[in-house]
Design a protein around this ligand. Structure first.
Ligand code: CO
Length: 336
């Protein structure tokens, strides 16, 4: 059973449709059956390929890669957290419905995480409730809303709501820090993204937020948790030696790794070894970032070829952790 928990979707929104939803919403220029470009107004944002918007092409990729079930999330450029809350709520509703329509091609192979207007707690909870009732299996959120990070009171309340209703959460980095210093060589993705994710995990740990979040909350961070695992020793050392680090955090930072999950997108066997040793094999789930070029190009190869993983650990990473995390049964999937 192979479940890919981190992949992306972008609906086939024309420039006019996007503009009707929100003045800043990106749209999709489709060039032919295989290629397109995500656009911001008249500006080219990112070249993309058909599995992003075409579910038939997506399922063909799953067949080629041997993936049984893929959980899709909107491309973070669609979050709209900077927009008027009512406008962002309307576009989230529309995108969530289009995401379910994409999955409808094969509901045993494709399931969807919704998005919410996270800048407004009430509207975010309302859209989460509506989307979960309509068939989404969880929610993807961006890791911050402008200058509000994951220790923000309203973001914590949103996570409390997710825990209460049993909605699993994938936290995806976006809107990267210090962009003006990382405008070349994709450095926003290579440096900014992993740092954003580490920042979010540390805000939750060091602010003591986990004491206020229910243990029922299922929380997963993208890209192997970014820089988190590699630098956890640095954080523990700082907690031991500086009171300003431990003032809101009662336990050693590394003791909170039993409160969240990460995906497996780290590209390199030594990095996966460290991640599995840090998180435990029960808290890492196969992800790909399919169909983007910065995703794993032969999905599953890193886990399959990893000499240090036994059959049990491999099964956990590939599928059993994900089925449990997303409250799914094998009978919900094609492997039944
Ligand atoms: Co991603």
């Amino acid at each position: 059973m192979i479940v890919d928990i981190h992949s992306h979707f972008f609906p086939r929104l024309s420039r006019e449709e996007a503009r009707d939803l929100s003045s800043s919403l990106p749209w999709l220029s489709v060039h032919d059956d295989a290629t397109g470009t995500i656009m911001r107004g008249a500006e080219l944002f990112r070249p993309v390929t058909a599995p992003l918007w075409d579910p038939i092409a997506r399922v063909a990729d799953l067949d080629r890669h041997g993936v049984d079930l893929q959980i899709i999330s909107a491309t973070p450029a669609l979050f709209g957290y900077e927009n008027d809350p009512a406008e962002a709520a309307a576009s989230a509703r529309h995108i969530n419905d289009l995401s379910l329509a994409h999955c409808a091609v094969d509901t045993k192979r494709l399931k969807s995480l919704c998005q919410v207007p996270l800048q407004d707690l009430g509207l975010a909870c309302d859209e989460l409730d509506r989307a979960m009732a309509s068939g989404h299996v969880g929610v993807q959120i961006g890791n911050h809303v402008g200058s509000r990070d994951m220790d923000d009171g309203a973001l914590i309340e949103f996570l409390q709501h997710c825990g209460t209703i049993g909605a699993p959460v994938l936290v995806h980095p976006w809107d990267m820090m210090a962009r003006e210093r990382m405008d070349r060589y994709m450095l926003q993705w290579l440096v900014g993204m992993p740092a954003e994710t580490q920042l979010s995990i540390l805000y939750l740990i060091l602010s003591g937020a986990f004491a206020r979040l229910p243990t029922s909350l299922k929380l997963c961070f993208a890209h192997g948790g970014g820089s988190f695992a590699f630098l956890l020793g640095r954080v523990d050392n700082a907690w031991r030696n500086r009171d300003i680090v431990r003032c809101d955090c009662p336990e050693l930072p590394s003791s909170y790794t039993n409160r969240f999950f990460t995906d497996s997108i780290v590209f390199e066997a030594n990095a996966l070894t460290l991640l599995v040793e840090t998180m435990g094999s029960g808290r890492v789930m196969f992800g790909t970032d399919h169909p983007f070029p910065l995703g794993e190009q032969t999905p599953g190869q890193l886990i399959k070829d990893h000499a240090g993983l036994g059959p049990k650990e491999r099964d956990q990473l590939f599928g059993t952790n994900a089925l449990s995390f997303f409250n799914l049964h094998v009978s919900d999937t094609v492997a039944a």
